[in-house]
Ligand binder design. Structure first.
Ligand code: SF4
Length: 55
């Protein structure tokens, strides 16, 4: 993975993620998958970035 790439279409503040652009608040992946851990999601806290990877 090219971690210097900044995908300005995906804003993200989770700089604890291996895929974070670090220098700016963006993701470095071409695309991400968003999912949920809830049966009936009702607010943003119910959603998860499934592309998250721990550093
Ligand atoms: S993979 Fe998800 S959590 Fe990680 S930097 Fe990209 S958008 Fe953020």
């Amino acid at each position: 993975m090219n971690s210097s790439f900044v995908n300005e279409s995906i804003r993200c503040t989770v700089d604890q993620c291996k895929n974070h652009a670090q220098s700016k608040n963006y993701c470095s992946l071409d695309s991400i998958t968003v999912g949920t851990h809830e049966n009936s999601p009702t607010q943003d806290q119910c959603t998860d970035c499934k592309s998250f990877q721990v550093k």
